[in-house]
Write a protein that binds this ligand. Structure first.
Ligand SMILES: [Zn+2]
Length: 245
């Protein structure tokens, strides 16, 4: 019998067991813009059982070139992204549980927003809350997938406390970024590609396919195209103040 998940259950190492595992999983998606909306959509379609959708912003017309989950009525109503995302995702997969949280992720509410999570997707658009998330994930032993996009490029990184370096290990001196969306914009396909790569790593983590995970930071440039995986090197640095690696 063909079910809605048959075509993915046929993938090697997936099967009904993997599908049942996804159905029992909770993923927190922080940020519901070009990355988070598309990544959440892929996880909803794949049948991840519970998605907690976190974003304090409202949909605006200038979002629509890259934020695949929203439409013109959302923009004209300035709909809260968390609620609009939950509504659209419920139309895509009504079998899963969707929690809309129109809140900004920060130190004060972070623990509550991460409660019960198996995995977190970092689809945030600023560095500061990412480092807050990093500290929570190290403390809670919670795996997460970081993604970022600006202009025609982006990066994806899998972070597993105790098994990989943390975000602070990678970015010990987060200075001013070379590119900013305010100045350099964001290419729609770049956001969708990075979201797909992020959802791909998330599915591997949820299915226990550790053998297939990214091991370094994948840096993708699209104009002109290149995919490069950077290996972590501690060099002569002091041990990390957050994770001790
Ligand atoms: Zn670290």
């Amino acid at each position: 019998m063909i079910s809605r998940y048959t075509m993915q259950e046929r993938l090697a190492g997936w099967g009904p067991e993997g599908q049942a595992h996804l159905a029992g999983s909770t993923v927190v998606v922080l940020g519901l813009g070009g990355l988070g909306g598309a990544a959440a959509m892929l996880l909803a379609r794949a049948g991840v059982g519970r998605l907690r959708l976190v974003d304090p912003d409202r949909v605006a017309l200038e979002n629509l070139h890259r934020q695949l989950l929203y439409d013109e009525p959302d923009a004209s109503q300035a709909a809260p992204k968390a609620q609009a995302a939950a509504r659209h995702l419920d139309g895509i997969n009504s079998e899963i549980t969707l929690e809309a949280m129109a809140e900004e992720f920060q130190a004060g509410n972070g623990r509550e927003l991460l409660q019960g999570a198996d995995l977190v997707l970092d689809c945030l658009d600023r560095p500061q809350p990412r480092f807050v998330l990093n500290e929570f994930c190290v403390e809670l032993g919670l795996p997460w997938v970081h993604a970022g996009v600006v202009a025609a490029q982006g990066q994806v990184l899998v972070l597993r406390p105790g098994l990989t370096p943390c975000l602070r290990c990678w970015f010990s001196n987060p200075g001013e970024p070379a590119l900013t969306s305010e100045r350099d914009g964001i290419l729609g396909p770049a956001a969708a590609i990075m979201a797909s790569l992020q959802a791909n790593e998330a599915l591997k983590l949820l299915l226990g396919r550790d053998d297939a995970l990214l091991t370094g930071m994948l840096v993708v440039r699209l104009w002109p195209p290149s995919f490069r995986e950077i290996r972590f090197s501690r060099g002569g640095q002091e041990p990390c103040p957050v994770c001790g690696y």
